[in-house]
Design a binder for this molecule. Structure first.
Ligand code: GLY
Length: 319
């Protein structure tokens, strides 16, 4: 059994700036995860470390790059799961640079699956995972928030969810959640996802990312999946669970990802989400119904990870 990993840097619209840099970081994250597994490490180690690379880059809406809430704080969500029974997640945590690591610790050290807010922050403090607030809430981000709010206020009422689609259109960097799905040399599967949510979200809002079956999922002997997009819709559809169930019926990762996204589009509309998935046979795949997505993957026989930013029009199979 040869390992395989696929990572994503979010789905949505792509701006020209930074795309090259983001693809390079994604490629580095996929290579890091792959090499961990090539040295005998687990799929769980691989997805967590790959996501840490993305959180630390500051280029995605996760970890250092996380979006701010309407009132200017960074509340982060993350979840991790493998097919061996490990599952953990954190939601609405402040002052934690790598929520994916905290999510793993929730799984390993507590009897719970999901810790939120102050309780999760207390665990982060005990484990030395806390960082000062200004690491995640920079002056630059506060300025960006001010501009976004001004734009939002012009001509809009406070009917939050009804405005969501328009905001997505107006602000291309809306998505940028990160995630990874991997299968290791022993056939173990795992997935991890991490996000800052989205700009202007209300304090206390939790999206799909820390919800098992929505933002992440892994099934022993079957495969694993990580999602990105508008959490409210991904939760409604239980997107990652849908992908894993399709793989459980025998579909390879690539077809399962496409089929689930196609069903989600039919049920809830276009422009909402993207997924990456691996199957237990070492296949990787991705699909999205947004304008574009950024992904990187490395499977058997590849010397280096491939990174790409497919558009909706040229969506195609990976390995
Ligand atoms: N998919 C990330 C979020 O909606 O929070």
């Amino acid at each position: 059994m040869r390992p395989a990993i696929i990572v994503h840097g979010g789905a949505g619209r792509l701006r020209g700036e930074d795309v090259g840099r983001r693809l390079e970081v994604l490629r580095g994250a996929a290579d890091k995860g792959y090499e961990i597994m090539a040295r005998g490490g687990s799929a769980l180690d691989a997805v967590v470390e790959a996501v840490v690379v993305l959180e630390d880059s500051g280029l995605f809406n996760a970890g250092l790059g996380s979006a701010l809430t309407f009132d200017g704080v960074a509340e982060l969500d993350a979840g991790v799961m493998d097919g061996e029974g490990l599952i953990g997640a954190v939601a609405a945590v402040r002052g934690v640079k790598n929520p994916v690591v905290l999510a793993r610790r929730v799984a390993e050290l507590t009897d719970h699956v999901l810790l939120v807010g102050e309780g999760a922050e207390r665990l982060a403090r005990i484990l030395g995972l806390e960082v000062p607030e200004e690491v995640l809430v920079t002056r630059e981000k506060l300025e960006r928030l001010r501009e976004l709010k001004a734009r939002w206020r012009r001509g809009e009422d406070y009917a939050w969810l009804a405005k969501l689609r328009k905001l997505v259109e107006e602000h291309p960097g809306y998505f940028g959640t990160v995630g990874a799905a991997a299968v290791d040399g022993e056939g173990r599967v795992a997935a991890a996802t991490s996000t800052g949510g989205y700009w202007l979200k209300l304090r206390g809002r939790v999206g799909d990312t820390p919800i098992p079956g929505a933002g992440f999922y892994a099934l022993k002997g079957v495969g694993a999946c990580s999602a990105t997009g508008i959490g409210e819709y991904i939760i409604r559809f239980s997107l990652c669970r849908a992908v894993c169930e399709l793989m459980a019926k025998g579909l390879p990762a690539e077809q399962a990802a496409r089929e689930a996204i196609s069903r989600m589009s039919a049920e809830l509309g276009e422009g909402l989400a993207g997924v990456v998935a691996v199957d237990a046979n070492g296949g990787v795949g991705y699909a999205f119904n947004t304008e574009a997505m950024t992904v990187a993957y490395r499977a058997a026989g590849m010397e280096r990870a491939a990174a790409l930013a497919p558009r909706k029009a040229d969506q195609r199979a990976t390995a």
